[in-house]
Design a protein around this ligand. Sequence first.
Ligand code: ADP
Length: 662
Amino acid sequence: MFNKILIANRGEIACRIIRTAKRMGIKTVAVYSDADASGKHVRLADEAIRIGPPPSAESYLLADKIIEACKHTGAEAVHPGFGFLSERASFCEALKAAGIVFIGPDVPAIEAMGDKITSKKIAKEAGVSTVPGFVGLIEGPEHAAEIAEEIGYPVMIKATAGGGGKGMRIAHTAEELKDGVRGAMNEARSSFGDDRVFIEKYIEQPRHIEIQVMADGHGNVVHLGERECSIQRRHQKVIEEAPSPFLDPETRAKMGAQSVALAQSVNYRSAGTVEFIADKDKNFYFLEMNTRLQVEHPVTELVTGLDLVELMIRVADGEKLPFTQDEVKMDGWAIEARVYAEDPFRGFLPSIGRLTRYEPPIDVEGIRVDDGVDEGSEISMFYDPMIAKLVAYGADRAQATSRILDAINRYRIRGVGHNLPFLSAVMAQKRFQDGDLSTNYIPEEFPDGFSGAEMDNYEQGALRALAVAFERSNAERMARISGQIANRGKAAIASVWTVREGRENRRAEVFPVEDGYDVTIEGQRYAIRGALDATIAMFDGNVNGEAFPAQIDRDGIYYKLSYAGWELAALVVPPRIAEALDKMPPKEAADTTKILVSPMPGLLVSLAVEEGDEVKTGQEVCVVEAMKMENVLRAERDGTVAKIHASAGSSLAVDQPIVEFE
Ligand code: ADP
């Protein structure tokens, strides 16, 4: 076995690989850019080598620097994780030339599967079912139109070099096709430096189902079942699970056998994933093969009990797979949610900044958190905005779902925007719980974006009651502080309070009982039991006998409570204060629609308007790139461009003005 390996990655996946290596008694070397000098992966590893400034192109993507780091530290093998250099054949070749082992497949397999057209051809030959379409390059708009006619609309235009959902467009008509081809080519050129595209049939009501394969260098290939990753936003996975609620044993066996056949046909070694798209009749079609570990591998680990990273290291070292296909057993259900630094309430714009609070739900039964950050870590604009992967295991899908929902409630992230409220809202939906998934799930269920989870009246009332109980408990504590002017706390320990949200008032009555309070709001009684200490950020007690894990923040005099993707911002005041507040004139919201500011630090990629242009609501104004994502900023209302404050190619600070309207 290797004595020392280097992990050519950062963040959660670097930490996850280091953990397994440590358990196997292998020494680890981390590499880092200046942005990650105090990163968690740096701290976890036995040694760490700086490889350059923050941009990936000047650090994590530099094969030479990584090889140099191996030589310097004596690392015998490199695990690339995913992204960065994980699917670069040239990197593997360079490692080989330097006598260092690549923990992954061989170069020919990476090359064969790295290009979507080549891989589709190979898959077809190996007897794998592929998406009907044109297995070749599109030469231009006319050629595209011809092919689309032949295949029949709707069609999908895809970049051959594609990945991460980039360079992909759907076209239902010839008109959309023209725009789509242009859009896909532009995006492919800027993302991959390669604008080759092809066209295939768009599968309707698609479900994304993928098969995990594992192969050694001795001709043994097995599959470890499927993962369903249909919950996607902009073709990027958000929630994944194993097994798939859609597959029957027969379809599973067929998909598994085809995946194994494909892996064998390219002499595959290591972990790989064969991705399929399935239609509503359980027809399935090959999309691509990823020749690396996937982000969502933990769900497979939880249902199979296997450690995929360990297996990758072992087969890279020449060992045989320690089991046969028949010995692979799947048990229970696992669901993973990707926790992103993005603001679901603002169109999922990436959010950056410091994690002023970071408390993941660890040591909770059935919960695994794969992360690469700590409290105080910086989520920077240079890398992927994923903060962590939250994974739940249960005996069945219902238990896994309820565990992950509970864990989301207990996950505390402050300082950056995050998508936990959104994840919670999705998984609480009946449609999700029924397993009625599709890659269009998010646009179908949230057509106007996300503005908070739906809460029933009872839950809303429970949050309000909790705020009242907190305020009352605080008031009691204040009154007990010695040395106070007599009677100071008296008025505050009242039993009638007003919960004020915006300008809306609700009367609440509260009565202290042993171990809590009984609060009545709008005719509903809430028995709140458990510690309501002013210092706690998480309510760990019960409401009417049921756990109600709500998070509590104080924002000035406001209470901010959150539960199940819903947030309550309220004042809890004596009724006479509420009455006085009612008499204050409402504050006019500042008019910010006249100026378009950058919602995050980033690069102004392009401007679609000029001074003097008329714009319509929803029209594209400019594109800002941050955290590897292009974000289109649109006009919030009709108007005329008065002044342009930034030029394409310039970098932007958060809230920096870009365009001013008349
Ligand atoms: P990438 O390599 O960019 O991730 P994939 O080919 O794996 O691209 O596709 C990503 C997602 O795009 C799929 O999970 C699916 O949601 C959607 N998709 C891809 N091809 C098709 C198709 N032919 N029909 C319908 N949806 C598709």
